[in-house]
Design a protein around this ligand. Sequence first.
Ligand code: DOR
Ligand code: ZN
Length: 369
Amino acid sequence: MDTLHIAPPDDWHVHLRDGDALDHVIAATALNFRRAIVMPNLKPPVTTTLLAMAYRDRILASIEKACASGQYSSSEQAILRQFQPLMVLYLTGATSPTEVDRALASGVVHAVKLYPAGATTNSEAGVSDLLGQCSAVLERMQTLGLPLLVHGEVTDAHVDVFDREARFIDEVMVPLRERFPALRVVFEHITTRQAAQFVTEQAGVDASGRQLLAATITPQHLLYNRNALFSGGLQPHWYCLPVLKREEHRVALLDAATSGLPQFFLGTDSAPHARHLKEASCGCAGCYSSPYALGLYAEAFDAAGALNHFEAFASLNGPAFYGLPVNSGRVVLTRNPQDIPERLPFVTDSGIVPLRAGSSVQWSVTERA
Ligand code: DOR
Ligand code: ZN
């Protein structure tokens, strides 16, 4: 198979940032994905429906700026303008059940995100004791069917960084699902065999037939193991959180993504940071993958001999989970190698380094309609 015709994909986990950074990255997401679940870890975080609505307006304004920039053809502009940002609230100890009501009523907020305090970029305002601090909110989300998106790592400094996701399953995920069995949960950017197995085995559906537990998987966790971080020297552009794991975990994730099971779907976790902030004595976590993500995912599915399940992962399972229609139109991917530049323009002259910079990807998007 050298071409893939699929319904237009969505990105169920992306960081679009704000201001100038947003203007630099918005087109890469909006050209390749019809919708995206937009992460709320801005400074300050997007903790209310009002803030989420204002952020959504800035994203749509950024699309218009891209269209007016002269960089995109009229057919590309038409694609850009179809983009729908799906907003997410950042959960804090102060989030109220009434805020959950407002979120759902707004029609623009599609989920609430748990950042364990201290787990990652801009997580300081997050939650340190989920069941202790947030039970009333979780109860309301369970009743209303609003999904909880989870950054699944414990933050205890004594726990080995490579064990934090597996420990989170036992210490937070299992008690959470025992206490709120009908709460709809996405285990975001899973990185371990244990998480893939947990999501596979705990599968179940609500009264409307929607999955109760699902997971997103990034391109870097399907294509690389932790050796990538140290190959020939310290490689900051492969550093993200949760960090890349051993090969056995990558293989388990690839098995899950390519299984065709409805609870696994695409979420790039594309997380742009300027080059100088990653190539630093204390480098930021995050891989910037949006521009080439679809080709990278197709490459991973191709290597697994599972291109027949690519559309389910990229375009069908996510909408089914979120109760949204599959996108109309189509996207064509071709086995057509494409160079990935060393650097792309970003907010400062230092630019931004995309995932697999200076190399190539075996698949590319050749048609969008
Ligand atoms: O690598 C990451 N970068 N992981 C996250 O959880 C956050 C993200 C970011 O916002 O930079
Ligand atoms: Zn993320």
